[in-house]
Design a protein around this ligand. Structure first.
Ligand SMILES: [Zn+2]
Length: 83
């Protein structure tokens, strides 16, 4: 994984971010998503679309559980460098 190349830009919307963080999420159907770096806006979006979202704050792992109804993703997720 090339961390340096993505440094400073959100993995989803490509907005330059200073406080972006690596994020992992899982949908209701078990699909997992990994993001090198998400801006706060996209992180909040993941909390709506996914069932579970894991991220790091100040080096501590945090996990968000979506207790409500997961919202279908509006567009197919672009996987970075799909192999
Ligand atoms: Zn973003």
């Amino acid at each position: 994984m090339d961390w340096n190349r993505n440094k400073g830009k959100c993995s989803v919307c490509r907005t330059p971010v200073r406080d972006g963080m690596p994020v992992r999420s899982a949908d209701d159907d078990g699909t997992e998503h990994r993001f090198n770096r998400l801006c706060r806006r996209c992180l909040e979006a993941e909390k709506v679309f996914a069932r579970r979202v894991s991220f790091y704050v100040d080096g501590n792992k945090e996990e968000f559980i979506n207790e409500g109804e997961a919202v279908p993703r509006p567009t197919p997720l672009k996987l970075p460098q799909a192999a």
